[in-house]
Structures are given as structure tokens and as C-alpha cells.
Write a protein that binds this ligand. Structure first.
Ligand code: FE2
Length: 376
């Protein structure tokens, strides 16, 4: 009996040593933050929130913070050559550098994770201005990606100390994006278990589901994936690695162009995917398309749903069902010149899964795009 107890994974313990309230912000390093902010405002309906740059006393970088409901994006560019920021962009292209997590105690979060083996990125630091103080700390995760823990109970400013509210004339309407549902990391060959172990041991996450290459393979592409979730389920990180297929896996293509492991997609939730996708399409967001035949036998595969199939079909919205309900989802094409980062729009109607039933149709769509890029 005692031996069995010893085998219990540590994540079943009742006290969560790393309580997370949610995603605080995602910071993208981009070559032109000003234009990227305009793109995310125009195309995705983000609202201006805060700004930091030369005017606020920063000498080496400029950041725009945009928001839609609970989703905060920070877009940051360097102001000079030979910066760490510039090198990140040079190597990876535009991409996600910081996945910031909202905590009640950033000092404890740092101690709990680094004592379990996390590589420190930022020692706890208290920053303050006339609106109060924020404590942040950070650790490294896969590739050049980092997690920053943000403790903001003592703060009521627009974003963080050092940022000024940004309230330009141009404020296109939101499109109904609510919060980050999950965020996917792509890692290299045979590295999936290294990083799922990292999230389990260092951050106290547990594994929700796994998919192997038999679940997720087409004629060509193949990948393996495990979904890691924190204690209260607010943070979900699927981790993908390439699997051997007849041609190049989409994960391998990502790793090749990102030049390392990194964030593959940000899944954002909406309460009305039809309205959201209609708005996004009108604003120029391009989505992956599955063949029309996907919809012909959809009702047979997923049963009764509230939405009309004939409404979903022209929009290319996908549906999948699990034991608890169903979900609707759609994936944008990469939003960067390199075929790396993209967004997923998801609406959950009970389902807690990730659309496994759509993988095959979806990956065939991705392969058609890969073929056009000559990277299959
Ligand atoms: Fe996803």
C-alpha cells in the first residue's frame, strides 16, 4: 500500500503550490509594434489600453498594450540594433516571448517553481507608480519563451507601472473575444515529455489528455500532443512534438521557421463564434478552410447542435463533440510571414476537449497550405 502511495503523482496533492488566477498578458516581440497594434485593433477588434516608449521614459523599446475583455496583448519592438529583443525577432520572426500568469504572490510563485528546477528569468521585482505597485517574477520555459508571474493586487493603473493609458481616436469595435482558452507550444523531436514533465513537476500541472500519431496523422503530417492543465483548469497548455510521417510534419515546419520551440497558437474564446467569425472575416482575417464535404455528414458525426450547419459551412467553422458536450472552432492562417503563429477561435458548449475529431480534416487543410509553401 505504501509503495502505491509513493507512486501517486505529486499533482494529486490537495494544496496547489502554484495557484494561478488566469492568463495576465501575452507579450509578442514584433518588428513594428505600432503597425502590429493597428492590425490587432483593426482585424481582431482589440481595444487600446496602454503605451510605453520614449515619451514615458523608455530608451530601448516601445510597447503597445491592447485588450479585448480578459485578453491582453503587449506588442513590443526594439528602438536600436543589437538588443536582446532584436535578436529574438531576428531569430524567430514576430512571436510570443512572454506568457504572463496572474498570481496572488509573485515572490512565492518564483520560489516554488525555481526550487523545483525552473531556470530563473527574472528575480521578483516590485515596480510602482502613482497607481500602486506590481510585483513580477519570471522563469524560462520551452525555447526562448518565458513565463512571467504578475501580482497586481496592489495596483489600479491601466496596465503596469511605467505604462501610460493609451486612448487614441481610432477604436474599432471588438469582435466578441473573451479570454485565452488555451495556448499551444510546439517543441522539437522527443521533447514533448521533457516539457510536460516540466509543467507537472515545476508548475504542478497535471495531464488532461494525450494524442499520439495514430490519432493525429494524415497521409503526410503527424504529431503527438499532451494537454497540461493547472489545478483550477484556468490555464491549459497543450504541448506538441513532431511525429514521423511520409512528409514533413507541420510541427517540424514550425520548428524550422521559428528556429526553435515556441508558441504555435493562441486559442481565444467567444460566446458567439458565428458573429465573431463573420466580423473577423469582414476585417480581413483569413482562416484555414476544410473541404466542403466536411459538412455533408457533419450531423451524422456530431448529432444535434444549436447552430445551422448551413450557417457554419460558408464560414468554415468546425464542430466536435465529447462526452460532456460540443465545441465550435476555427483556425486562422499564420499571422506572420513565417508559417508559425496563428490564432484559434473557440466556443465551448459543454465540451472540455480540443477538437480531436477535426484534426484530420484540419491537418489536410494545413498540408494544402504547406504544399503551396513548398515545405511538405
Ligand atoms: Fe487549439
Amino acid at each position: 500500500m505504501e509503495t502505491l502511495e509513493l507512486l501517486e503523482p505529486q499533482t494529486t496533492q490537495t494544496t496547489d503550490f502554484l495557484p494561478l488566477n488566469g492568463t495576465d498578458y501575452l507579450e509578442l516581440y514584433v518588428s513594428n509594434a505600432r503597425q502590429a497594434a493597428h492590425y490587432f485593433q483593426t482585424a481582431f477588434g482589440f481595444q487600446p489600453l496602454a503605451h510605453a516608449g520614449l515619451e514615458t521614459g523608455l530608451r530601448d523599446r516601445e510597447s503597445y498594450v491592447i485588450v479585448q475583455d480578459k485578453i491582453r496583448l503587449v506588442l513590443t519592438s526594439p528602438l536600436h540594433s543589437n538588443t536582446e529583443l532584436g535578436r529574438h525577432i531576428d531569430q524567430h520572426g514576430d512571436g510570443v516571448r512572454v506568457v504572463a500568469l496572474w498570481v496572488d504572490n509573485a515572490t512565492e510563485a518564483f520560489q516554488e517553481t525555481t526550487s523545483r528546477g525552473a531556470r530563473p528569468f527574472m528575480e521578483p521585482i516590485r515596480e510602482e507608480d502613482e497607481n500602486g505597485y506590481v510585483v513580477r517574477s519570471g522563469i524560462h520555459t520551452y525555447g526562448d519563451t518565458v513565463h512571467v508571474f504578475v501580482e497586481r493586487t496592489g495596483y489600479n493603473g491601466a496596465f503596469l507601472p511605467g505604462f501610460k493609458p493609451w486612448n487614441p481616436h481610432y477604436q474599432p469595435a471588438p469582435v466578441g473575444l473573451k479570454f485565452v482558452d488555451h495556448m499551444v507550444g510546439n517543441v522539437g523531436w522527443n521533447e514533448m515529455n521533457t516539457w510536460t514533465r516540466f509543467y507537472a513537476e515545476v508548475m504542478g500541472f497535471s495531464q488532461l489528455v494525450s494524442f499520439d500519431d495514430k490519432d493525429i496523422s494524415t497521409d503526410y503530417t503527424a504529431l503527438m500532443s499532451k494537454v497540461m492543465s493547472n489545478g483550477n483548469g484556468r490555464i491549459k497548455f497543450p504541448i506538441n512534438e513532431p511525429a514521423e510521417g511520409r512528409k514533413k510534419s507541420q510541427i517540424e515546419e514550425y520548428i524550422h521557421f521559428y528556429e526553435g520551440a515556441g508558441v504555435q497558437h493562441i486559442a481565444v474564446a467567444t460566446d458567439n463564434i458565428i458573429e465573431t467569425v463573420v466580423a473577423l472575416r469582414d476585417r480581413g482575417v483569413e482562416f484555414l478552410r476544410v473541404p466542403n464535404s466536411y459538412y455533408d455528414d457533419l450531423k451524422g458525426r456530431i448529432g444535434q447542435i444549436d447552430e445551422e450547419i448551413e450557417t457554419l459551412r460558408p464560414l468554415g467553422i468546425l464542430v466536435d463533440r465529447d462526452e460532456e458536450g460540443y465545441l465550435l472552432q476555427i483556425f486562422t492562417k499564420p499571422i506572420t510571414p513565417r508559417p508559425t503563429l496563428f490564432f484559434e477561435i473557440i466556443q465551448r458548449k459543454g465540451a472540455k476537449s480540443f477538437g480531436k475529431g477535426n484534426f484530420k480534416a484540419l491537418f489536410e487543410a494545413i498540408e494544402r497550405e504547406q504544399e503551396l509553401r513548398g515545405t511538405l
